[in-house]
Ligand binder design. Structure first.
Ligand code: SAM
Length: 298
């Protein structure tokens, strides 16, 4: 029976299935092997729990977040028929609020820490109130409190001209200074200017800026909480209902015994040069643009 506020259940599509099964599942399996145990999951699996069902062999317990009441009920049913209800810990509300306040709408808390976090949400990253970046920073801080390494998956809407354009431009200026500060060979500085102005161009699809911006944000937030951060090229794909999505998969390996911030093994230049991947018709396809690279040859 549908209530007046009932929201449609999320249904998958071939591109999403490819990203979840052919890309993420491999990472989840590798991460489980690296940690030497099944993974404790925190995420937004939706009522049909496609990710939990697909990755089950690598998962231990899972905390799920869902903001729609009717979807929450359907999730319980799905867990029951799938025979994993006893492993389900369910939280109800907006995930940003739960991460920021540490409580869901009923006062229940996440069971920190987690090995795998799958934030697969509707909407973008930057809103005027900065709630989402703050929530993700809080998640990273919580994991650091327990000195717990984790794999973070993020999927969000890719919207050209998304809010926060000015913020991305400010970020590009910061990145420009940071790179020039770190690159001793001053002959490379014009190339750095070329790269940052390529990303700042107003006609550039926002996917390119988002790719760099979010990977840089995750690296920065992680390093300051003592994680060695390894980013991957994000994947863009057309999701359910024709909306374009962008997907990030990032390793956060906790480094014990450090008082100052970590310098990740992966260099900033590697992050800049990684570009992005594109999925169409359920398979990888050449990406629609190739970003400029920073290397010795100017
Ligand atoms: C895209 S689906 C998840 C798909 C799933 N992870 C998979 O692999 O197929 C997102 C789910 O999270 C819920 N959701 C979206 N944004 C949310 C938010 N900001 N807070 C809490 N739940 C949210 C939606 O109602 C939906 O059930």
């Amino acid at each position: 029976m549908k209530g007046t506020n009932s929201v449609e259940t999320f249904h998958s599509n071939p591109n999403k299935d490819f990203v979840r099964h052919d890309f993420d599942k491999v990472l989840v399996g590798d991460w489980s092997q690296r940690l030497g145990h099944r993974l404790k999951y925190l995420g937004l699996p939706s009522a049909l729990m496609y990710d939990i069902v697909d990755w089950q062999e690598y998962l231990d317990r899972f905390s799920t977040i869902e903001r729609e009441e009717n979807q929450q009920h359907l999730m319980f049913l799905k867990a029951n028929v799938s025979n994993f209800e006893e492993r389900l810990h369910s939280l109800y509300g907006e995930f940003d609020d739960i991460l920021l306040t540490g409580r869901d709408r009923y006062g229940h808390s996440p069971q920190w820490p987690y090995d795998l976090v799958n934030l697969d949400y509707y909407g973008g990253f930057i809103y005027s109130n900065q709630k989402r970046p703050k929530a993700i920073k809080k998640l990273i801080q919580n994991q650091a409190t327990y000195e717990q390494s984790f794999l973070l998956l993020i999927t969000q809407h890719l919207r050209d001209g998304d809010a926060g354009h000015d913020q991305k431009l400010t970020f590009l200026q910061e990145l420009n200074h940071l790179l020039k500060g770190g690159v001793i060979d001053t002959r490379l500085h014009p190339k750095i200017d070329l790269i940052t102005s390529w990303y700042a161009a107003p006609n550039l699809p926002d996917a390119a800026r988002q790719a760099l911006y979010i990977n840089f944000f995750l690296r920065d937030a992680g390093e300051s909480e003592h994680f060695d951060v390894a980013c991957r090229p994000p994947i863009i794909y057309e999701g359910t209902g024709g909306t374009w999505m962008i997907h990030f998969a990032t390793d956060f390996a906790f480094k014990r015994g450090l008082a100052c911030r970590v310098a990740s093994n992966q260099t900033l230049v590697e992050v800049i040069n990684m570009g992005l991947l594109e999925v169409r018709n359920g398979a990888f396809t050449p990406a629609r643009f190739v970003q400029p690279r920073l290397n010795g040859a100017v």
